[in-house]
Write a protein that binds this ligand. Structure first.
Ligand code: URP
Ligand code: ZN
Ligand code: ZN
Length: 466
């Protein structure tokens, strides 16, 4: 199955590279194909797809006085189990730090520790003369996109003047601007007012981060991008009103893109409000504290998001994998939702969760591949090598069994998390075999990968630049 069609074929991999996609029963140098290769994987009755590309992860991200609980080792192993063979993680530059140092620190964390190939985006937490100058060399480093934050004042936040200057750089260089679009200063006032009124449970995180704050920031980002000519990619879109802003901009013909995540397709603010457990009481809802937040199902955001995936108003699905354990991490905010580290971990389950869209008739098989692999490759300058099964591409291939079954649980997942946002969730389909650059790293429930298998991906410019 590719982004453009499906058919019966044999995929021939030599070393690390795909060398042929052949009609069934093809001859190779005059002999039967199966007889002339070392290893045959029988995928009869299953789907053979290009390995997943998760273009939004945060391994080891320092956040809220702690750090995301998956290292590059544990996080990429979990990704491999779930049929993802490449990640793009966010290197961090903070205000007052040098961009080069932030990127070097991320290389140090990842090098020799990844089970699958990995690339980086650059978070720019301080836009000034020095960081703008440093951004000039990012493309040579194979880092062809950077993320700005309209949220998190005092941490990663950029004001409109800084955004404008960074977008001018984006327009000049072809670096893709990625935006966390939420009005952070206004959200922080709302959050403080809620806390002052004694509304400190996890659910109020989502009340403070109202959809108006996402719609407004999305619109502002779009207009600044249009003014400067910067290509814009809005990350983790959750509000239907933000989707409509993106659809409107695209209808103008503007080079604007949107990503959503499985949590915004499946989980809701109402479920967070109702969350309760013996262990955590009402604080159970902290498992679903992420930004942008989960949205109201009554207001129909999830339904709207599935529709946007069909109509291409939203082009990609990444996880925004940013795992924190309840014990010792999320519980930092036990008395005040503002202190809960933001993030959900799901790098292992993106392919399965998105396959549910196929199983329930919401998206086609081809669209599944496009959303999870082919468009991420094109968007972030990896296409040809990644995101497609064709001669010359890396041998990143997943055999997916549509008749298989998975129950998502912290008891069986491979992420370094003491809970799952999808605990008990029943999934049709199963990742059977995962091949990363020609090596079988997951095979019918056995892991054959190892840290250090993964190589750094020096990315080209986005293939969506005009
Ligand atoms: O809650 C989230 N999304 N945490 C990760 C940081 C970010 O904004 O992507
Ligand atoms: Zn973000
Ligand atoms: Zn993120």
């Amino acid at each position: 199955v590719s982004a453009t069609g499906r058919g019966e074929a044999d995929v021939l991999i030599d070393g690390e590279t795909i060398v042929g996609v052949l009609a069934p029963g093809s001859q190779l140098l005059g002999t039967d194909l199966a007889a002339s290769v070392d290893t045959v994987i029988d995928a009869t009755g299953k789907y053979v797809i290009p390995g997943g590309i998760d273009a939004h992860t945060h391994m080891e991200l320092p956040f809220g006085g702690t750090a995301a609980s998956d290292t590059f080792e544990t996080g990429t192993r979990a990704a491999a189990w779930g049929g993802t063979t490449s990640i793009i993680d966010f290197a961090v530059q903070r205000y007052g730090e040098r961009v080069e140092d932030g990127l070097a620190a991320w290389h140090e964390k990842a090098a020799g520790n990844c089970a699958i190939d990995y690339g980086f985006h650059q978070i720019i937490g301080g836009v000034d003369d020095e960081s703008l100058r440093a951004m000039d060399s990012l493309i040579d480093e194979g880092v062809t996109s950077f993320k700005l934050f309209m949220a998190y004042p005092g941490v990663f936040y950029s004001d409109d003047a800084q955004i404008l200057r960074a977008m001018q750089k984006s327009a000049d260089t072809g670096l893709l601007t990625m935006m966390h679009a939420e009005n952070g200063p206004a959200i922080d006032v709302l959050a403080a007012q809620l806390a002052e009124a004694g509304k400190k449970a996890p659910y109020y995180h989502g009340i403070a981060r109202a959809w108006q704050m996402e719609e407004e920031a999305t619109h502002r980002a779009i207009m600044l991008a249009n003014l400067t000519g910067a290509p814009l990619y809005v990350v983790h879109v959750s509000a239907k009103q933000a989707v409509d802003q993106l659809a409107w901009a695209r209808d103008q013909g503007w080079n604007v893109f949107g990503e959503t995540c499985p949590q915004y397709l499946y989980l809701s603010l109402e479920e967070q409000l109702g969350a309760f457990s013996e262990e955590w009481g009402q604080f159970e809802g902290a498992k679903w504290v992420c930004s942008t937040p989960l949205r109201s199902r009554v207001e129909g955001h999830q339904h709207h998001m599935w529709q946007a995936l069909r109509t291409n108003d939203i082009q990609m699905v990444s996880t925004d994998h940013c795992p924190f354990c309840m014990k010792g991490q999320k519980e930092l905010g036990k008395d005040d939702f503002r202190a809960i580290p933001n993030g959900i971990g799901s790098v292992e389950h993106r392919m399965d969760l998105m396959y549910q869209g196929v199983a329930t008739g919401q998206i086609t098989l081809e669209r599944w591949v496009e959303l999870t692999s082919t468009t991420p490759a094109r968007m972030f300058g990896l296409y040809g090598k990644k995101g497609v099964i064709q001669p010359g591409a890396d041998g990143d291939v997943v055999v997916y069994d549509p008749h298989g079954h998975t129950t998502i649980s912290a008891a069986s997942h491979h992420m370094n998390m003491d809970h799952s946002a999808w605990e008990g969730f029943e999934v049709d389909g199963h990742v059977d075999t995962v091949i990363s650059r020609g090596r079988v790293i997951v095979d019918g429930g056995t892991y054959h990968g190892s840290k250090g298998d993964g190589q750094y991906l020096r990315r080209g410019l986005s293939q969506y630049l005009v």
